[in-house]
Design a protein around this ligand. Structure first.
Ligand code: GLA
Length: 430
């Protein structure tokens, strides 16, 4: 799998040639882009190298699959992970951008080995993590793993996982080096009450692992989680590539609504390389309606949120696969400008039943606008170009949710949105 960047940050130098749209393969190593042009300048290779912009890790929000929302702890095993990787490719979701396959909590043996190394649980991961990472990489995907800074993983506390001493406290370097040996591309580093259990301090503990990751030769996306308790958006940029902004998401409409409400003031903190993480997707779990599913994915895209699927990809309802694979919606999530949406209109009523309008600018000068209806009945929502921040003029309007062109506008934008539904519009200057 090659992921290719565009724009200024995508200009890389390969063997003295300027390459537009640098690509990296599934191991995170640079490779030659297809569209290469001869450099016309006479500067030396060394000078040219100095001018390179460093590649931004997680230049757009990470996308993939994570085991937790699907199987939590007791049903996790290597077969589940391999099937997820298979299904991502079978459904073509890798082509849409879902590339990280992340093994969450409960992959570990109950104790470290005699050398103090973490090992995989021999019953559930008998082939070991290196083999699993290879399997995932061979599919053109990337591999992620879960660790914690303190002494206890969350499942030890909340899911009765009968382990001891499998936290990274005091083993940070050893565990970081293990990630490199396994071939890990993404680390989820989860707080799990390390302040209460171990007296740790967040910034210090998360920075310590960041520094260990930086020592490695391997780029590893660094995802941290302390559930938004101490406003990580104010201190995590520069430490991590993404930071959880909320407690755990549940597979219920009200949990989705509640999380969206809590993201309202966070737009300024997100951008390429550092994202607010309102937690992983729950589509496919619980009994969300098709419109709720579209709202969940659509509003996560407006929020420039990581899109981590957490459901059984072998048993997807058609509307769930359609929502996840909607390339027009995913393109908004992945827009290279990386501007998280702001709420620009709030309707009448309580937060869980009112209508809202959210908007975000996109890199090519387009705008994405979400008409979001949290009420229990279909409702007409109206906004204006001015309200969504579009300069005066005539704008083409595309309904990205439903894949339809609508009439152009030079003023009003309006649509009847289903109950618990969203219509995401993409406006392009005419
Ligand atoms: C916490 C995290 C979840 C998951 C579990 C694993 O609850 O928020 O996303 O990683 O721990 O135990």
């Amino acid at each position: 799998m090659k992921r290719c960047s565009t724009g200024l940050l995508g200009v890389v130098l390969v063997s003295g040639s300027l390459v537009f749209g640098g690509c990296s393969d599934s191991t995170g190593e640079r490779s030659d882009g297809g569209d290469s042009r001869e450099a016309t300048s006479t500067t030396s290779a060394a000078e040219e190298r100095d001018e390179q912009a460093p590649e931004v890790l997680a230049a757009t929000p990470p996308m993939g699959w994570n085991s937790w929302n699907q199987v939590r702890c007791k049903d996790l095993n290597e077969g589940v992970v391999r099937r997820a990787a298979d299904a991502i490719v079978e459904h073509g979701l890798d082509e849409v951008g879902y590339t990280y396959v992340v093994v969450d909590d409960c992959w570990q043996a109950y104790q470290r080995d005699a050398r103090g190394a973490l090992v995989s649980n021999p019953e559930t991961f008998p082939s070991g993590m290196r083999a699993l990472a290879d399997y995932v990489h061979d599919k053109g995907l990337r591999f992620g793993l879960y660790l914690v800074p303190g002494s206890k993983t969350c499942a030890m506390t909340w899911d009765g996982y009968p382990a001891e001493g499998i936290g990274s406290l005091g083993h940070e370097r050893q565990d970081a080096e293990m990630l490199e040996e396994i071939g890990v591309d993404y680390l989820k580093y989860d707080w799990c009450e390390a302040d209460v259990n171990d007296g740790l301090e967040r910034v210090e503990a998360f920075t310590l692992m960041r520094d260990e990751l930086r020592r490695l030769d391997r780029p590893i996306v660094y995802s941290i989680s302390e559930y938004g308790r101490e406003q990580p958006w104010t201190w995590a940029p520069g430490i991590a590539n993404l930071w959880r902004t909320t407690g755990d998401i549940a597979p219920e409409w009200l949990s989705i609504v509640d999380i969206i409400e809590s993201q309202v003031d966070l737009a300024d903190y997100a951008g390429p390389g550092g994202w607010n993480d309102p937690d992983m997707l729950q589509v496919g779990n619980g009994d969300m309606t098709p419109d709720e599913v579209r709202s969940h994915v659509g509003m996560w895209a407006m929020l420039a949120a990581p899109l981590m699927i957490g459901t059984d990809l072998d048993n997807l309802a058609p509307e769930v696969l359609e929502a996840l694979a909607n390339e027009e919606v995913v393109a908004i999530d992945q827009d290279p400008l990386g501007k998280q949406a702001r709420r620009v209109q709030v309707g009448q009523g309580e937060p869980w039943v009112r209508t809202e309008v959210w908007a975000r600018p996109l890199e090519n000068g387009d705008l994405a606008v979400a008409l979001f209806n949290k009420s229990d009945t279909p409702t007409e929502i109206t906004t204006t170009l001015e309200e969504v921040g579009a300069p005066a003029g005539t704008w083409a309007v595309r309904d990205a949710t439903n894949g339809e062109d609508l009439s152009p506008t030079d003023g009003r934008l309006s649509g009847t949105v289903p109950a618990h539904g969203v219509t995401i519009l993409r406006l392009s200057a005419g």
